[in-house]
Design a protein around this ligand. Sequence first.
Ligand code: PEP
Ligand code: MG
Length: 754
Amino acid sequence: MAGPANIGGSRILLRKLREIMEAGGEAQQRLDRLVTMVASTMVADVCSIYLTRGAFHELFATQGLKPEAVHRTRLRKGEGLVGLVAETAQPLNIADAPHHERFSYRPETGEDPYNSFLGVPIVRSERTFGVLVVQNRVARVYGEDEVEALQTIAMVLAEMVASGAFGDLSGLADVEARPSRPELIVGRSFSDGLAIGTAVLHEPHAPLGRVIADDPVREEQRLDAALEQVRGSLKEMIEGDPGRLSGVSREVLETFLMLALDPSWEVRLKHGVRAGLSADAAVERVRGEHRAKLNAARDQYLRERLHDLEDLDNRLLRSLAGVDANSAGAMPADAILIARELGPAELLDYGAERLRGVALEEGAATAHAAIVARALGLPLVGLLPGLLSRVEAGDSIVLDGERGEVRLRPEEQVLSTYRQRLSLRSARDAEFAKLRDQPAITRDGQRVALLLNAGLALDVHHLADAGAEGIGLFRTEFQFMVSETLPRLQSQTLLYRDVLETAGDMPVTFRTLDLGGDKVLPYVTAEREENPALGWRAVRIGLDRPALLRYQLRALISAASGRWLRVMFPLVTTCAEFDAARALVDRELEWARTHARAVPAKVEVGVMVEAPALAWAIPDLAGRADFISIGTNDLMQYFFAADRGNPRVWDRYDILSPSALRFLLRIREDADAANIPVSICGEAAGRPLEALAFTALGFRRLSMPASGVGPVKRLILSLDAQEAAQAVRGMLTAQTETIRAELTHFANERGYLL
Ligand code: PEP
Ligand code: MG
């Protein structure tokens, strides 16, 4: 075969492509010339371009097939070998096409004599909108160089179609080469909030109009500069601040750097540039190769390395686009980050300064990025099908973390509705800010302590802004989840000390590791369980394998030296379990004393009521537990037998049902009788209507996400606790599934601010 087997050949091919493009003339003529040129350069009997129009792949140009088939031959999506290439977005290279099971015979094309077939997708920004094909009479498999050459042509072609180079071609308007219409994608909200902004792709693309190099020498210089920048910033990260919150361990960064210094990576990149591609296009092509390998790889280790390589490709592309590889240098000030999936460390690297929100094609409520987003106060919407292929960098976006949806390229009317909603929200926030330093006291003088649920040191910094009186639940497992290796004693101690110091005089309740169930650690291989929520989790792991728990208690005790330490255990089912856990605290205190370490001035040990069995054993906890905190997220999932993470059932039952409220009332009464302070710390405590019900049931300590403090405080200030108690008690005997409507009506009537 001629040319493309070598770099010189590729360059000639790209030059010819450019000449055709720049020669002008009618669009159809240029397409025709293009297929003729490709067929002759690649010594192919046939070269055809199919573009996807609506539900069909339509033949737009051909050299070798019958000319009358152009615009007449239309293959349904998924039909034939062309359909297969488009569907998989992968090249198909076969010697005996007519006998392939997906071959679809179209007599009008006259393709009978051709045996070998090479098809590559025409794809841009994850959007496949056509297929480029070469065919030959002789039955043979095409060489790697030929596949690569055809892919390069397809890449340029994709670019030309997307940038409107064939603007006047009939039928092209229906080819969705780049998204342009307003679209709504419905996903799920993983972090509340509302944002209007500009799309920034975490996995960027070569910019439009920059695929073929104008000046290959300059492109190589650009590539060198970007490589140097990426390597330099990795080195800087390794040598820089080791205690960064992102938890990216030194080893991980070192592996990264090693890959970045790997000459074979550089060789592949240079190969593309020397073949006439722009530096950006060369990187994008190498990333495509890594991605294809990643999709095919089974081995976990290999997959991780390929993932790292893809990450490096992305850094390089960002660097070429003039964006610093680590920080958010050239990001617009209203960036909405778009990614398939995002690690917590990556999100922390972007920082909250220029980010308005995050949209993920995948993601999960418990995903660590969601946790970080909440801590940063950013809305995050995930599970958005097809997001990456439907959004372009620079698109305007509305991110609706209240409803869990995104609007791409919205019309002005939609935008203005959202602007109104945004300004309502900020007016509301300003109102809450005014209440910040005011204690939450009902109109009839009942004081309700509002506390914060936290999990990262970042959250603790919001303590004062939020207007809370302390931290009612510090989820210690987050540090373990956002870290890439098991946090050592030292880093645990540092975090806890930092939290206590930031909280100052305000109380902090640390919950010991709550792992298992949906909370898995990337570096601990867990046994697959049929029913993880009912499985080996939380304190059950802690008691069976006490080393980890004891280390954690040691870190807590050391961090709280001379101060007040409050610890509680998650998912305790029996009093005996609580006793065993408490004994570990005593043992660690003893250890500290015998080793002459400073100990806390005061230690209180509490328990979370999350298992119904323990909820019925409160009287037995008298004199044993110093406090109780009701975790309604778990307690309700067990009470209603409905998985809290399963979208089909998680909101099927209402905590505001008479049965659940009677259950909670019983716990509160038992706790009072046993003289144990009790609080509620599930998400429900942060919703005004639920908080109203809980206050009416006699609860005086509520712990909630930061976003709940303002609204709940406003409610508490507006209500009469005694009047509410009477009303709610009256509703507890109602024969309804929920008192939500009735309670809302009552609150509105009484002027309570929900
Ligand atoms: C709960 O279960 O209500 C709770 C507060 O704990 P988590 O959500 O961390 O399981
Ligand atoms: Mg829980």
